[in-house]
Design a binder for this molecule. Structure first.
Ligand SMILES: Nc1ncnc2c1ncn2[C@@H]1O[C@H](COP(=O)(O)OP(=O)(O)OP(=O)(O)O)[C@@H](O)[C@H]1O
Length: 691
C-alpha cells in the first residue's frame, strides 16, 4: 500500500470545517433524541382491538431499540458530496449526504444521516477514481471516544493516484477488545458486492482466514433486513455458527446495526429443538465415533430414511367393507393398492398423503354409489371419509409414523435396517450404523448430534419444515451433507449466504468442495466468490501459516494481508509460557493462549499457580476477559491481538488424521491480529518447514 496519502487526513483541519461537522453530529444527536421522544409518546391504546394493540406496542418497543443512541458509537462515519452538475443551466449546490448506521431526519423530514444500506449510500463503498459514480468527494471521519476529531477527503474527480486512507487503515489496524464489532464504516468493494447481493440470490463465499467472511455474512443479514424488512421480519433470518463461544463472540454485531430480528444458533441447537418438539425432555447427549458420525452424516442416509418411512403404506390383503343403510359398499384390496400408488405419486410429504387416504377411499365408494344409481354429494363423501370403518382401514393402510421412533428402530434393528438400506449401504456400513447397545425406547436413547440430524430429516419427511427467508451459514465447510440438508429444508423457499474455508475444515464429515455442499443445500446454482485479502492476520504470520496450505488445501489461492504492520512472529521454548503470557497481558489488546485440548486443565493449573488471571473458553467464559485460555478446537472464527500457541505438534496429534490436524493448526495459527508466539518443546510439524 503506498504510503503517501492522496488526501490529507488531519487532526487539525480548518477549524470552521471541523466545527461544522461537529455541529452536524450534535444536531443529529438532538434529532435522534427527538425521534425517540416522538416514538415514546405514541399511544398504542388507541388501537381498536388487543391484537392491534399488542402489535403496535411491540413495533414501538422495537423502534425505540432501533433509535437508541450509544454515545460511543458514531452516528455517521462518512459523507458523500456528489459531483456538481456542470451541464444544463449552471451548477447548483452539490448534494451532500452523511452516511451512518441508521437514518436520522429533521422535523421537516430532511435527512441528516442516511442509512448505510440505502441505495444512495452505495457509492460510499464502491466509487473509485476510475468509476466515481457521480461522487465528487468522499469524506471519512475519525472519532476518539465518540468525539469527532478528524476527517479525511478523497477527491474522486482528481486524476488517478493511490487510494490510501489513514482512517481506513486505523480502523483495520485497531487493537481488538471484547466481542466482534461491525465494519460498517469500512466495508471494502469486493465485500460490499456480497453484502448487497439480492435476496433471491444464494451466495457462497470461500475466504481465507480473516478475509471478513463472518463480517460480510452479518452485514448481508443486516442489509437484507433493511431492504426487505416486512418479509424478513415475518419469515425470519437465521445465522448459524459453529459453537456457543463463537455465537457469543458475534452476537453484538447485528444489534449494533439496529437489527435484533435475526436468530443466531448452532446446528446442534437447531436439531435439539426438533428433539424437544418430539419430547420436551429430550436433549442431544450421546457421542458417536468419528466413523459412525461420518456415516450418519452421509447423504445416502436420507435415502435409507425415505425408504424406511415409505415402506409403511402396505398393500392390504383384504378389502374395505362399509355398511351404510341396507347396503354394504366394498373397496377391493387391489383398489386400495391403487389408492396407495396414486398417493405415492403425488410427491407430497408422508403426513400430507396420509391425511388424504380417507377421502381417497371415500371417493372410490362414491363412484360405486353413482354407478349404482345414487346421486351422493360432497356431504356424503365427507361422512364416508369420517366413518369408523374407513378411518380404521385408512390407519392400517397408511399408518402414522413417529419420526424419532423410526430412527430409533432403524439404528436398533438389523432386519429393519437391512431392508431399508439394501443396495444403499453395504453390510459393514450397516453393522457400523447399528447401536452396540440400543436403548429400550426412543425416550431412553442418548441421542447424538448426528442422530438428532437424522430425526430432523425424518420429521421433514413426514411434515414439511417451515422455511425462513434467509440463512447465513458460517464455517459451513464443517457441516456434513445431512447437516447441510437440515439447512436446505429451512431455506427451501428462501436463500442462503454460505461462508467457509475448505482449508479450515476440521470435522471428519467436512465438505470436500463447494459444488457438493451447494448441491446438498439445494442451491446448486449459487455463485462461489473467493476472498483472499485478509484484514486480520499480519503478513509475516499469514505467510508462516500459509506454508501449511499445500498440505491441507492445495487448490486454494494463498491469502494475503492488507495490514501495514508485518506483525511479530517468534518461536520460543514451551518453558517460557508463563513469562510470555505475562508479557502479552501487559500489552494493549486481547490475548489468546491456544493449547491442545488435552492440555487445557494442565495449562490452566500452571497459570493458576503463577497467579495469572484467565478465563477458559467454552466454560462460562465469553471472549472478553483479557486472557483467554483457548482449547484448539474452539479457536475457529475467533481472533486475538496476541496469540500464544502451545505445541503445534500436540494440536496436530489431537485430531484423528494428519490432514485434519494440520488444518486445525492452520486455524490456530491464523487467529493473531498483532503477534504470534509459538511455544514448543516437541519438534514442529515438518510441513511448517524451517523457521
Ligand atoms: N472491511 C473491513 N474493514 C475493517 N475490518 C475488517 C474488514 N473486513 C474484515 N475486517 C476485520 O477482520 C477481522 C476478520 O474478519 P472475519 O472474522 O469476518 O473473517 P473470517 O473470514 O470470517 O475469518 P475466519 O475464516 O478466520 O473465521 C475482523 O476483526 C473484522 O472486523
Amino acid at each position: 500500500m503506498p504510503a503517501q496519502p492522496s488526501a490529507q487526513p488531519t487532526d487539525h483541519p480548518p477549524d470552521t470545517e471541523l466545527a461544522a461537522e461537529q455541529e452536524h453530529l450534535a444536531e443529529s444527536r438532538r434529532q435522534l433524541a427527538r425521534m425517540r421522544e416522538r416514538t415514546e409518546s405514541m399511544d398504542a391504546s388507541a388501537a381498536g382491538d388487543w391484537v392491534s394493540r399488542e402489535y403496535l406496542e411491540s413495533t414501538f418497543a422495537l423502534r425505540m431499540k432501533q433509535l437508541a443512541d450509544d454515545p460511543t458509537i458514531p452516528l455517521f462515519f462518512g459523507r458523500l458530496d456528489m459531483a456538481a452538475d456542470t451541464g444544463g443551466s449552471g451548477a447548483g449546490p452539490a448534494e451532500c449526504f452523511h452516511i451512518g448506521r441508521r437514518h436520522i431526519s429533521d422535523p421537516t423530514g430532511e435527512p441528516m444521516v442516511i442509512d448505510w444500506r440505502a441505495p444512495v449510500s452505495l457509492p460510499f463503498y464502491r466509487a473509485s477514481r476510475l468509476e466515481p459514480m457521480g461522487v465528487g468527494l468522499r469524506r471519512r471521519y475519525g472519532y476518539q471516544h465518540g468525539r469527532l476529531t478528524a476527517y479525511e477527503d478523497e477527491d474522486l474527480q482528481a486524476p488517478a493516484s493511490d487510494d490510501y486512507s489513514a482512517i481506513l487503515e486505523a480502523e483495520i489496524e485497531r487493537p481488538r477488545v471484547g466481542p466482534m464489532r461491525d465494519i460498517v464504516a469500512t466495508i471494502q468493494p469486493e465485500q460490499d458486492v456480497i453484502v448487497r447481493s439480492e435476496l433471491s440470490r444464494s451466495v457462497c463465499v470461500q475466504g481465507a482466514p480473516g478475509t471478513g467472511k463472518t463480517a460480510v455474512g452479518l452485514h448481508r443479514a443486516a442489509y437484507l433486513l433493511y431492504a426487505h424488512r416486512e418479509q424478513l421480519t415475518r419469515q425470519g433470518v437465521l445465522v448459524v455458527g459453529p459453537n456457543a463461544s463463537f455465537l457469543r463472540y458475534i452476537r453484538d454485531v447485528l444489534p449494533a446495526l439496529g437489527e435484533i430480528d435475526a436468530t443466531q444458533s448452532t446446528i446442534e441447537e437447531l436439531v435439539a429443538g426438533t428433539l424437544r418438539g418430539v419430547n420436551p425432555r429430550w436433549t442431544v447427549r450421546g457421542e458417536d465415533s468419528a466413523a459412525v458420525a461420518t456415516l450418519k452424516g452421509d447423504p445416502r442416509l436420507a435415502e435409507v430414511l425415505h425408504r424406511a418411512l415409505w415402506a409403511h403404506p402396505q398393500a392390504p390383503t383384504e378389502g374395505l367393507v362399509l355398511p351404510r343403510g341396507a347396503r354394504r359398499w366394498r373397496v377391493a384390496a387391489y383398489e386400495a393398492d391403487e389408492v396407495i400408488t396414486s398417493l405415492r405419486a403425488r410427491g407430497v410429504r408422508y403426513g400430507a398423503a396420509r391425511a388424504m387416504v380417507p377421502q381417497s377411499l371415500a371417493h372410490r365408494i362414491l363412484v360405486k354409489m353413482e354407478l349404482a344409481g345414487d346421486s351422493p354429494d360432497d356431504r356424503v363423501q365427507n361422512a364416508v371419509a369420517r366413518s369408523a370403518p374407513v378411518k380404521k382401514y385408512a390407519a392400517e393402510l397408511w399408518p402414522a409414523v413417529e419420526p424419532a421412533r423410526l430412527v430409533w428402530r432403524l439404528l436398533s434393528d438389523p432386519g429393519l435396517l437391512a431392508a431399508a438400506a439394501d443396495g444403499i449401504l453395504d453390510a459393514d456400513e450397516q453393522a457400523l450404523l447399528l447401536w452396540d447397545r440400543p436403548a429400550k425406547s426412543p425416550a431412553s436413547t442418548a441421542w447424538s448430534l448426528a442422530d438428532a440430524v437424522l430425526v430432523d430429516e425424518a420429521v421433514d419427511l413426514v411434515e414439511r419444515t417451515p422455511s425462513v427467508a434467509h440463512i447465513v451459514a458460517d464455517e459451513a465447510q464443517d457441516l456434513s451433507p445431512m447437516m447441510l440438508r437440515a439447512l436446505a429444508r429451512r431455506s427451501s423457499t428462501g436463500s442462503l449466504t454460505v461462508l467457509g474455508d475448505l482449508a479450515q475444515a476440521t470435522t471428519p464429515w467436512a465438505t470436500r468442495s463447494w459444488a457438493e455442499a451447494l448441491g446438498h443445500l439445494g442451491k446448486p446454482d449459487a455463485h462461489v466468490e473467493q476472498l483472499t485479502r485478509g484484514f486480520r492476520v499480519p503478513g509475516e504470520v499469514i505467510e508462516y501459516a500459509a506454508r501449511l496450505l499445500p498440505h491441507v488445501a492445495p487448490d486454494l489461492e494463498p491469502p494475503t494481508s492488507v495490514r501495514r504492520s508485518r506483525g511479530e512472529l517468534r518461536l520460543e521454548p514451551a518453558g517460557r509460557m508463563v513469562d510470555e503470557v505475562r508479557a502479552a497481558v501487559g500489552r494493549e489488546g486481547s490475548v489468546g493462549l491456544i493449547v491442545p485440548d488435552a492440555r487445557v486443565d494442565e495449562v490452566g493449573a500452571a497459570l493458576g499457580a503463577a497467579d495469572v488471571a484467565f478465563a477458559t473458553l467454552g466454560d462460562e467464559a465469553d471472549v472478553d476477559s483479557h486472557l483467554d485460555l483457548v482449547p484448539a478446537s474452539l479457536a475457529k472464527g475467533l481472533e486475538f491481538d496476541h496469540v500464544l500457541l502451545l505445541e503445534p505438534a500436540g494440536i496436530v496429534a489431537g485430531e484423528h488424521d494428519r490432514v485434519t490436524g494440520l488444518r486445525r493448526l492452520y486455524v490456530c495459527l491464523t487467529r493473531a491480529v498483532t503477534s504470534l508466539v509459538v511455544l514448543h518443546d516437541e519438534p514442529l510439524p515438518p510441513e511448517l518447514g524451517t523457521p
